[in-house]
Design a protein around this ligand. Sequence first.
Ligand SMILES: Cc1ncc(C[n+]2csc(CCOP(=O)(O)OP(=O)(O)O)c2C)c(N)n1
Length: 275
Amino acid sequence: MKFLNDNDLRSIAEYARNIRRNSVMMVWEAKSGHPGGSLSIADILAVLYGKVMNIDPSKPSDPDRDRLIMSKGHASPALYSALAIRGFFPVSLLPGFRKLSSKLEGHVHFGVPGVEASTGSLGQGIGIAVGMAIAGKLDHKKYHVYAVVGDGEIEEGSVWESFMAGYKYSLNNLTVILDLNGVQLDGYTKDIMPTPDIAKKIRAFGWKVIEIDGHDYNQIYSALLACSRSRKSPTAIVAHTVKGKGVSYMENNPKYHGQAPETPELFQKAMEELS
Ligand SMILES: Cc1ncc(C[n+]2csc(CCOP(=O)(O)OP(=O)(O)O)c2C)c(N)n1
């Protein structure tokens, strides 16, 4: 296992905290949006954008940059926050989320600096990531492609077509991160469409699979570093996470999949818990 040093751990924790605070602020300001699945993925985005990905906010179109596709495109608050804090666009634009004249549409929108593809129709972003990884190989590029997929999203058959294609084309430049938070739109995945032994299932498609606690920075970092290009297969990181992580009344509560805090008191409580 690779360990982050104390400075990195501190700055990643601060980055993740700010992704969470901004995500909750954005849905509060918009009175709509998806806090739960944004909070579950904040730590992983903080490690990716803060430490692992080869990106330069001053060169968002650099052909050699790493790419991330937020296949669960409703988690836009987390991605927009991660990009803004990293310097792709001003943090002051975040409160415009979901408002007319803002580019920060409710589902991840390609017009936003740092965003690699519009997503929101579940099951499609992973296919875009497969295409980008194939293109990287054809162009002899060194970039790596990451796709963040939800555990409700994997009910879409196209996700499994992408797993098959990733194996067929030996996409060792592709990493899929499965945000296994156990909750989907209006209930628990175990009740709606159970996916036991998910790591085994993906492994059976020929992928390398690493299972981690998706809130442990060292585990996230180690898993991402282990997606080495020396192997032939693509890698899936199955990340056990908590939907709504960090806000007690949202944690593991399907209600806050697509629901802003209902009152100023609940908003305040969330911000205090995330301070
Ligand atoms: C094709 C498609 N069907 C339905 C929806 C509506 N929808 C939005 S989010 C969601 C649940 C997604 O659950 P999951 O992938 O687990 O996301 P997370 O819990 O991580 O937020 C659904 C059904 C959609 N966006 N796209």
